[in-house]
Design a protein around this ligand. Structure first.
Ligand code: ATP
Ligand code: MG
Length: 390
């Protein structure tokens, strides 16, 4: 039985911008929403019908959330698996704790890619502490130069070190605190893609059109759809691979799978996030159903319609840097100018304080053609002070 709009209450663990856009989508359909997040100024808490301000592991708060909601989802990757297990005893939780646990650990994630038959970068697992030092010695030469990544808690390029040789590798392992790590071979990238896949409790799977992503300083900067530099066959392969990865985990909800396209044209999976993703924000204005509405549909057991891209789109991330001029003085970006551009749709997350590198919002620029979307996105860049090359 689906949880029907107008009747049910949906809960979300975590109150950042992804939770906020989930709440907006759920409310538009007629659901009530409850957010659990300790931060009193949480972007999602500010828009939900109820905001429970408590720690994610507070058993009383988790019980309270379960009592108030018919189903519960999460909006951040590092939600404690214990919290999800606690909730799952009494309520529908999507995605489930076991799938989230795989996504939280790069070593388990890679093992799952291997099991799904989707190629990832050649890698070695380094265990924490002394055993890791022994693992270092056993690392094959072929993995160098490489990137050492902490197995847990990395994001936006944090918790990573590029290493050219064994001496640098050993030093980087020490610097990262000898925690569990994965060493990946450094691959020659042509470009980066991601795919949103949505799987329902009945096993039905749909995928969104492939995103082509550009990062700056380790943070997503620009997403373009349709992916301008990727042929149809490779896009279909990426969508099939993402579906296989979700199905193999018994995943329920929205999953974002990141890929590399190598210079020789091969497709390699990088990592995945058990939730809607920054690179999927384009769906809010360019598709007939957004990634957040799909999150709602999947957890509520509603039909998952095959999403359709109705317009080419460029998504520009708006980081806190735009709120400062060249002399470091605070300013307000020229929103009126940006909103005068055809197809420009602004999404701000309601964060009071701008900081360098902080995700404050995004701008989707849609067009009748990809060239039109790109031209208007470039005009937006000029108004905002963003680089207009991508
Ligand atoms: P986020 O959570 O923001 O997606 P992250 O911190 O989890 O990022 P990754 O996605 O693993 O980190 O890597 C960050 C970036 O580093 C990638 O987008 C890619 O540009 C580069 N990178 C990562 N792994 C490799 C690799 N094996 N070879 C070449 N480049 C890589
Ligand atoms: Mg990544």
């Amino acid at each position: 039985m689906p949880l029907l709009p107008g009747d049910a209450t949906l809960g979300v663990l975590g109150g950042g911008q992804l939770g906020r856009m989930f709440v907006h989508a759920a409310q538009a359909l007629g659901y009530r929403c409850v957010v659990l997040d300790p931060d009193a100024s949480s972007p999602a808490g500010a828009v939900a019908q109820e905001h429970l301000k408590a720690d994610y592991l507070d058993p009383a708060a988790l019980d309270d959330l379960a009592r108030r909601c018919d189903a519960i989802t999460t909006e951040f990757e590092n939600v404690p698996a214990r919290a999800l297990e606690h909730l799952a005893r009494v309520r529908v939780v999507a995605p489930g704790a076991s799938a989230v646990a795989v996504c939280q650990d790069r070593a388990r994630e890679k093992a799952h890619f291997d099991a799904s038959g989707v190629p990832c970068a050649p890698y070695a697992v380094l265990r924490h502490g002394e055993p890791g030092v022994a693992d270092l010695a056993a690392v094959p030469d072929a993995l160098l130069p490489g990137i050492l990544k902490t197995a847990r808690l990395g994001y936006d390029g944090k918790g990573q070190r590029r290493v050219a040789d064994r001496a640098q590798l050993a030093a980087a392992f020490d610097e990262l605190g000898r925690v569990d790590c994965v060493l990946e071979q450094m691959l020659p990238l042509a470009l980066e893609l991601s795919v949103l896949v949505v799987r329902g409790a009945d096993g039905g799977v749909v995928t969104f059109p492939v995103q082509q992503n550009l990062h700056r300083d380790g943070i997503l900067a620009v997403t373009e759809v349709p992916a301008p530099d990727v042929d149809e066959a490779l896009q279909a392969q990426a969508r099939r691979s993402a579906a296989a990865i979700a199905t193999g985990m018994g995943y329920v909800g929205v999953l974002c799978v990141e890929f590399f396209v190598l210079k020789d044209g091969r497709l390699v999976v990088n990592e995945m996030a058990p939730r809607p993703h920054n690179s999927g924000h384009y769906t809010m204005n360019a598709c007939d159903v957004s990634q957040f509405e799909m999150q709602v549909r999947a957890m509520a057991g509603l039909p998952l319609r095959e999403p359709r891209l109705h317009s080419p789109v460029v998504m520009l991330n708006l980081l806190g840097d735009l709120w400062f001029d060249a002399d470091g003085r605070e300013r307000t970006p020229d929103w009126a100018g940006v909103l005068a551009l055809p197809g420009a749709e602004l999404h701000l997350y309601g964060k009071a304080q701008a900081r360098h590198g902080r995700k404050m919002g995004h701008l989707n620029v849609i067009g009748a053609t990809a060239d039109e979307a790109r031209a208007n996105a470039r005009s937006a860049c000029a108004l905002l002070g963003l680089p207009d090359t991508w």
